[in-house]
Design a protein around this ligand. Structure first.
Ligand code: ADP
Ligand code: ASP
Ligand code: MG
Length: 438
């Protein structure tokens, strides 16, 4: 069994769906995990925001725009009047359902239900198209098997058992279509795996069915060695380890959702990153194979806040760091980077929801400085200490950029540097030209 996940752009129009279908129908049994059509989830978030503010006209305007867009794609996608009518009815049903929340009280429950409609629509539309083309495909409703527990962690045994039962009902079917992103929570309510979470769905499904590989199909030919949104002349990396992929995804390589690597790594199932627009390009294979003696790639994580605590009392004091960490823990705020000196400690966080309370509590231990608007630049590769010279190359590349923090030695494959966001693009480009393009 294979798992193939297609993101928003891959199902973003009638034309893209037709191209994607050619890939889906190539031999072998598979579960196809789909995102919503590109832009849809953003639009659903806008609708939700209007409904929280009781701006019903605002919500209606976006709904009407979406209905028009979907109906236009339906006309282009299906050839027969029978399927066009079925798909229009589908669209009418889902958007009427969204409209039914316009007069009601609006809570997080309604929000999650609205956000789920994009994936429910895209999967049903693709399944209709496969049927119209004469293929034997079946919809597997994610809400019947994908579940998170009270800690918002996937309930892996529930997922595995329910998926197994569903698949057993259709032993003669080759192509299964299911929704990425959406799930039920511990209370059985509709929920989701966070924005971009379809990759996570694919990974969890791949592990549950012990897939040969998990294919993430998107709009670029694999993981590039730098962020293509900010750097020209980036190139695709043929192979990388799970650990490298996890670091890159966590530190901003948007092609892969950060949570999606760990399940595949634990089950040792290779993940392939492939391009729907260029299906025969090799893309990137992520596996347990370690890379040797190279810098693999650079990524950047935005919206970082740096906090420095300076304290005379830190000098020779044990237990100081524990007290600092406990404050972050009490506000459920993870720390990304940390550097220490004898008189102070600097940490970074990307969730600044509780920043005021954290700073108040930290002031018990020393003077506190807060710098918002920072970016973590993360260089990933085989950076074991025996490989001399890489740190020098990195610092040399960044010699014109003011660097606020440096973290090296936490793992064998990561050097992280903190710079102010105005220097992000320059830092990424400088690293690109000094590390990869000479
Ligand atoms: P999908 O909708 O298919 O999930 P995403 O937009 O989430 O696609 O991810 C693909 C995008 O990730 C690419 O178009 C690219 O702009 C961006 N990206 C950021 N960093 C990288 C990287 N290092 N390698 C490849 N793509 C990257
Ligand atoms: N449709 C969801 C989003 O846009 C999930 C995904 O595409 O991965 O965030
Ligand atoms: Mg994505």
């Amino acid at each position: 069994m294979k798992v193939m996940k297609f993101g928003g752009t891959s199902v973003g129009s009638a034309e893209r769906i037709k191209e994607m279908t050619k890939l889906i129908v190539r031999g072998g049994r598979k579960i196809v995990v789909l995102s919503a059509m590109s832009g849809t989830t953003n639009n659903l978030v806008e609708i939700v925001n209007y409904l929280y503010k009781k701006n019903h006209d605002g919500a209606n305007e976006i709904i009407n725009r979406l209905v028009k867009k979907y109906n236009k794609e339906i006309d282009l996608l299906y050839t027969t009047e029978e399927y066009k009518a079925q798909a229009r009815e589908l669209v009418r049903y889902h958007f009427n359902y969204i409209k039914s929340f316009i007069t009601d009280v609006f809570t997080v429950f309604e929000e999650k239900t609205i956000l789920a409609q994009g994936e429910l629509l895209s999967t049903a539309m693709v399944n209709f198209y496969l049927k119209e083309q004469g293929y034997n495909s079946e919809l597997l409703p994610a809400l019947d098997f994908m579940r998170i527990n009270k800690n918002n962690e996937p309930d892996t045994s529930y997922i595995k058992n329910n998926l197994k039962d569903l698949l057993a009902d259709y032993s003669d079917v080759e192509i299964f279509i299911t929704q990425g992103y959406i799930c039920r929570n511990a209370f059985g309510e509709v929920d989701n795996l966070q924005r971009g979470g379809s990759d996570y769905s694919a990974s969890l499904i791949g592990v549950a069915v012990d897939a040969d590989n998990i294919q993430i199909w998107t709009d670029i030919d694999g993981m590039h060695n730098n962020d293509p949104r900010y750097v020209e002349n980036t190139s695709s990396i043929a192979e990388m380890s799970f650990d490298e992929a996890a670091e890159l995804a966590y530190f901003g390589a948007k092609i892969l959702h950060p949570t999606s690597v760990l399940p595949a790594k634990l089950a040792n199932i290779p993940v392939k990153l492939l391009n729907t627009m260029e299906p025969d390009a090799p893309g990137t294979t992520i596996s347990e194979k370690e890379s040797h003696n190279r810098i693999t790639a650079v990524a950047a994580k935005d919206n970082i806040t740096a906090i420095r605590i300076k304290s005379g009392r830190m000098l020779l004091a044990y237990g100081f760091l524990r007290k600092v960490f406990e404050i972050f823990e009490s506000y459920k705020t993870p720390i990304d980077m940390i550097t220490t000196s004898e008189v102070g400690v600097s940490v970074t966080i990307d969730d600044s929801k509780h920043i005021d309370d954290i700073v108040d509590d930290l002031k018990k231990f020393g003077t506190v400085e807060v710098d918002p608007g920072q970016v973590i630049i993360c260089v990933v590769g085989d950076l074991v200490r025996e490989n001399k010279g890489y740190a020098n190359k990195i610092f040399n590349a960044l010699k014109e950029i003011p660097v606020r923090m440096i973290s090296y030695g936490g793992s064998d494959h990561n050097i992280s540097l903190l710079v102010s966001s105005e220097h992000k693009k320059d830092a990424l480009n400088a690293l690109s030209s000094k590390l990869f393009n000479n």
